[in-house]
Design a protein around this ligand. Structure first.
Ligand SMILES: [Cu+2]
Length: 365
């Protein structure tokens, strides 16, 4: 990305948000509320949301949901149809590819991935000029079984060079780094990544074109699950959660919004909480790809989970309610709820939670 690109991007960004310096504002008690108030004001100006602002008592809680106290929030919703994806669907949208059998008996899985630019409405009234895999953030959750042969036809329909760099074990020529011979693809070009799926576990893929941080921050990443041959223990619900952020003022220092699966605040109580029942087993494939901020985390309320780092071992390493992950780290969480109720899950970097990385499990009898 060139200085020109940055300039062009800035001109697409609402002027108000370039003036925000979240880090400094959050040093005061009202900073986050101011940022959210700005978003809400913009939303209201567009007439697409309910005309009531939650009280802005410092960085306190939104009270706009019938008096229910959750977290700060944005009023209204983004246009999921125009965005072309819905984070509630992303939870369980696994792409197993087109399956066939090779002459040697090995299972072949073929995937089609296209990188292209797309404006995504991330909070009501604010569009982010994203670079996407197949038009969504995160990109498709690519899923295979240990030992399968994977073939990915990657087309670059964007206006910058891009690649797909997979975490896993594969030849250097399939690593999506360095040059066109190893999967760096110029605009208008294409490349076929081909390798065997190993090791089993939870992995990720992302663009590896320099400047790497800028390409990832634009939205070029996704989860990559390799199921063990013997399969995981059966569960009632399996959800993918990719943690990431949006650096909407392109200052490359930190993010203004945080999310799982594309849209900040999406799984909040007043929007689309995640529902299941008491006693049902839940597995979360959790990936952190957050750019610019050094660490991310996941905290589960009123419960504990078994944690399998990278998903590569069949016995949990820890029984806890909070984990920290740097960029590229990921793991599998397994839990059940003993009591019905409303339970938050969110980054335990609470600043991130208040800027979008928060959600609610609605557990019913
Ligand atoms: Cu890229």
């Amino acid at each position: 990305m060139t200085a020109d690109d940055n300039q062009r991007t800035r001109s697409l960004t609402p002027a108000w948000i370039s003036r925000l310096n979240r880090r400094h504002l959050l040093g005061t008690s009202v900073g986050g509320a101011l940022a959210l108030a700005e978003v809400q004001r913009r939303s209201l100006a567009q007439g697409d949301v309910t005309p009531e602002l939650p009280p802005m008592a410092g960085m306190d809680h939104g009270l706009g949901n019938g008096g229910v106290i959750t977290m700060p929030m944005v009023t209204g919703d983004v246009d999921h149809v125009a965005n072309g994806f819905h984070p509630s669907d992303v939870l369980t949208d696994f792409d197993g590819g087109t399956v066939s059998t090779l002459p040697n008996g090995q299972t072949l899985r073929e995937y089609q991935i296209t990188a292209y630019n797309k404006d995504i409405e991330i909070v009501p009234g604010l569009k982010f000029p994203a670079w996407t895999y197949n038009g969504r953030i995160p990109g498709p959750t690519i899923r295979a079984t240990e030992g399968d042969h994977i073939r990915i036809t990657f087309v670059n329909a964007g206006d910058h060079p891009h690649s797909m760099h997979f975490h896993g074990i594969h030849p250097g020529a399939m690593d999506g780094v360095f040059d066109e011979a190893s999967g760096m693809v110029q605009p208008g070009g294409q490349f076929t990544y081909e390798f065997d799926a190993e090791p089993f576990g939870l992995h990720l893929y992302h663009c590896h074109t320099p400047p790497l941080a800028a390409h990832i921050a634009r939205g070029l990443y996704g989860a990559f699950i390799i199921d063990p041959k013997e399969s995981w223990a059966p569960v009632d619900h399996a959800f993918v959660m990719v943690m990431h952020g949006y650096n909407v003022d392109f200052d490359t220092e930190s993010n203004e919004f945080y999310a799982v699966n594309g849209i900040p605040f999406h799984y909040d109580l007043d929007k689309y909480p995640i529902r299941f029942r008491v006693g049902e087993s839940v597995r979360i494939f959790l990936v952190n790809v957050l750019e610019y901020d050094q660490i991310n985390s996941f905290h589960l309320h009123a419960n504990f989970f078994n944690y399998y780092p990278t998903g590569t071992m069949r016995t949990p390493s820890e029984y806890t309610d909070t984990i920290g992950l740097m960029q590229g780290q990921r793991g599998i969480l397994e839990f059940t709820y003993k009591h019905p109720g409303r339970y938050m899950f969110h980054a335990h970097k609470t600043e991130f939670a208040e800027l979008g990385w928060t959600g609610v499990f609605l557990v019913e009898e």
